[in-house]
Design a protein. Structure first.
Length: 142
């Protein structure tokens, strides 16, 4: 298994690394309009940054103060190597550590199975966000 680690960070410290991953995955690969990718929530979020054994950024996510997990992205070369699972496990621990009883997210429908395997359940109907089908999901952390 490739060597990687997950760090908790913030936008002020690691914005260039976090933004590079999100640009690659969301804007370049998935066609999300750039104006929709960047918002004021980054400044107040706890960010998770996965780095390879040489310290290169390979994946990210953010945890908002209200208990929403979002902007989870893994670079294509690192998919299928457990990075997403490790990132999600770290996010769950971070949410519990911040006293959240529930973690919520907006999953792209193709990724809903990934979150379901981690215990998230879909709530409500499918909807479109940034031109991509999504479903709201949540997990009780108690």
């Amino acid at each position: 298994m490739p060597d990687f680690s997950i760090l908790l960070t913030d936008w002020a410290h690691d914005a260039p690394k976090l933004a590079a991953i999100r640009r690659t995955v969301f804007i370049d690969e998935q066609g999300v309009p750039e104006a929709l990718e960047w918002d004021a929530d980054d400044a107040g979020a706890v960010h998770l940054l996965a780095v390879d054994g040489e310290g290169r950024a390979i994946a990210c996510a953010r945890l908002l103060p209200d208990g929403h997990l979002g902007r989870m992205a893994v670079l294509p070369a690192w998919r299928g190597h457990g990075v997403g699972r490790a990132l999600l496990a770290t996010a769950l621990d971070a949410a519990r550590g911040r006293g959240h009883a529930m973690l919520r997210l907006s999953a792209q429908t193709h990724a809903a199975g990934f979150y379901a395997r981690a215990g998230f359940v879909a709530v409500g109907s499918e909807y479109e966000e940034a031109g991509i089908p999504h479903v709201a999901m949540q997990k009780d952390l108690n």
